[in-house]
Structure formats: C-alpha cells, structure tokens
Design a protein around this ligand. Sequence first.
Ligand code: COA
Length: 381
Amino acid sequence: MTAETSGTTSTTEQNRGGLEGVVAATTVLSKIEGTTGKLIYRGYNIHDLARSTSFEEIAYLLWYGKLPTKMELVDLKVQMLEERTLPTEVLQVLNDLPSTIAPMDALRTAVSAWGAMSVEGKPGIDQAIALTVRFPVFLAAFHRLRNGLEPLESHPELDYAANYLYLLSGQIPKEEHVKALNAYLVLLADHGMNASTFTARVVASTESDIASAVVAAVGALKGPLHGGAPSKVQDMLEAIGTQDRAEGWLRDALARGERLMGFGHRVYKTEDPRAEELRELARLADPQAFALARRVEELALALLQEQKPGRHLYTNVEFYSAVLLASVGLPGDLFTPTFAASRVAGWTAHILEQINNNRLIRPEAEYTGPTEMHFVPLGER
Ligand code: COA
C-alpha cells in the first residue's frame, strides 16, 4: 500500500521535508505573505505598527484581538506592573546556576521553575500577562547575578522596553535606546507558524500548562536556524571587522559550505519586511556599525545570488537585529533571549488560540525501516 492509498501524505513523494507548505493550524493572529514580503498582525500591516506602537499595545492586540483604548492600555500596564516581580524561589534557582551558562538556558530554567510554583489550571490571559512580563525580569536577574551584582526591582515608572534596559544596567535608559528596543520588540512579537510557535501549540494541544508550552518554545527558539542567529551575525561582523575584508571573508565562508547568518528564510522568498524596518532603525542607532553591516549585506546578497542562483536568499530579521541590539548595549548572548522576551507575547496568544479550539496535534511519520527482522534473544546475539 502506498502512502497515498493509505490516506497519508508521503514526505518523499511530496518533497515536504521540514513540513514546508503544510498548514498545521488556522490562526487569526498573524499572516505572512512570503512572495510579497508582507507581515500582518490581526489585520494590521507591520509597517504601520513598527514605529508608532508600544510593545504593550501589540501584546494587547495579540491577546485580546483589538488595539487597546487609552484606558485599556492603562489597565494592562497596571496589571503588568503588579506582576513583574522576581519570586524568591526563582531567584534562588537563578542563584544556584553556574554563571557561565547561556542566558537562554537560564531563562528556560527560570520559566520552568516559575511554572512549577505559579501556574494552575487552564491557560488564560492573566497567566499570559504574568509570564510575559517576567521574561525581562528573569533575564536581567541572571545577567546581574553572573556579573556579581544584585538583581534590581522593576522601576514603577518605566514600560516594558525601558524597564528591561533599566533592570540590566541600573540606569534610566536613553530615550533613543528605548525607542529602538521597543520597535524591535513590536516587530518580533509574532510570526505565523514558526518552529517555536508550532512547538508551543503542540504542547498546549496536549492540555499541558502554559509554562510547559513556553519552556518548550524557548528551547525551539534557541537553535541557530531559528532565533539563535543574531549573535552569530554579530560574531560574523566582528570577525570581518572592516569593509575591505568583507568579500574575502564571505567567499571563504561559502566555500567552506557555511550558511551566512541573517540570510534566507523558509517562507519569505523576498526581503523580510522586518529587515526593512530594522535596517532603518539600525542606521539611526549606530551609523558606524551600520556602515559595515550594510556593506556586508550588499556583498552577501550578491554572492548568494551568484553561488546559490534561484534559491531566493534575502536578508532576514536576524541580520539587523544584531546591529540594533548591540547598539542599545546588549551583549551578544542576550540577543536570542531578548527575541524570546518579545515572542512570548505571540507564543502565549497562540497557546490561548489553540486551547480555545483544541484538537490534539498528532501527525504521522512515514516508516521507512525494515518490517521483517528475525528476533534473536540477547544471549544468542
Ligand atoms: N547561506 C548560504 N546558503 C543558504 C542560506 C544561507 N543563509 N540559507 C539557505 N541556503 C541555501 C542552502 O544551502 C540550500 O542550498 P542547496 O539547494 O544548494 O542545498 C538552499 O539555500 C535552500 O536551503 P534550505 O535549507 O532548504 O532552506 P530552509 O527553508 O530549510 O532554510 C533557513 C531556511 C532560515 C534555515 C536558512 O535560510 C538558514 O539556515 N539561514 C541562516 C540562518 C538564519 O539566518 N536563521 C534565522 C532565520 S529567521
């Protein structure tokens, strides 16, 4: 019996390794148009939202399905303010972790510890808010502890982006840094059925709890093919160093069969619309770093076109994320966790969407191994 006659879809017949092109859920949260390079959050084009909304407004939009009124936004911020604390038990766990581990691992551990102590019952918006606002709190606490500093309490007058920078450094952040980071957080908050969101939905579909679904999503985001790329972009830019070295460095990397971080995307076959916004933000934030990045980008695009014709490899979100996050003072190993501090709004919104119309996500595998092996007991092998 072929896979077709058995009612399943064969990955080999359909060439769908990586589930490419497979529709795994319906969603009203975000839409990606890969050929036109368009990203929509609940009907709003990302270009309209990027520089004129706060992260809090976008989280509200994702969770509640509409942009908030002034009063609704005030109410959300009050709730966020009450929640953004560091529970003693989580502080203890963070304290016990070696200071050398990656912040992404510390974040995953902190979310898991928080979930074990704080989460009961079916996921709801209150849980989504309580978990989301703790991402910057957990990250900043670990960052300070690993540097031998005491974690700080959230600043009552600072919003999500500003408070994150304050919790890291203890200084009231510069206005331009807050604006840049806020725009980054808005741009990264949701993105269709990406690998970490799919992971979160799979876990939620088993009727597990919100923290477990988010822990799994953090693990998926960590990989360099997903959210782990921006620090590697920074490593690349640092290794290149000056514009005159760029072409040789990129050619050598491609000759070794390496992928150029910050380029290519499973869905976008044109430029990622977030890259367009981030390019402009990075230009304003750090003109010097931007100049090198822009040259590297131009050369990389030309070389990918030359060496990988027809693959449609363009700049993705991670390339200028690296320049922007470095410009606001973040170390490279906080880039991916900061991505998580944005995407957690999308993950939690997807978890709520999944459980509100749930069916266990349970695909099939096409077995390609032998079926007629002769069993030999242990002592006779
Ligand atoms: N640099 C060089 N070549 C690349 C490339 C890159 N960044 N991205 C894809 N390619 C090439 C592959 O080598 C492959 O070439 P081949 O046909 O000669 O084998 C072809 O393009 C298709 O790649 P494939 O792995 O099938 O694409 P995908 O849809 O599975 O991969 C990514 C999408 C994002 C994983 C991939 O583009 C990538 O690894 N990019 C770099 C990491 C990155 O920036 N990640 C952040 C994503 S937002």
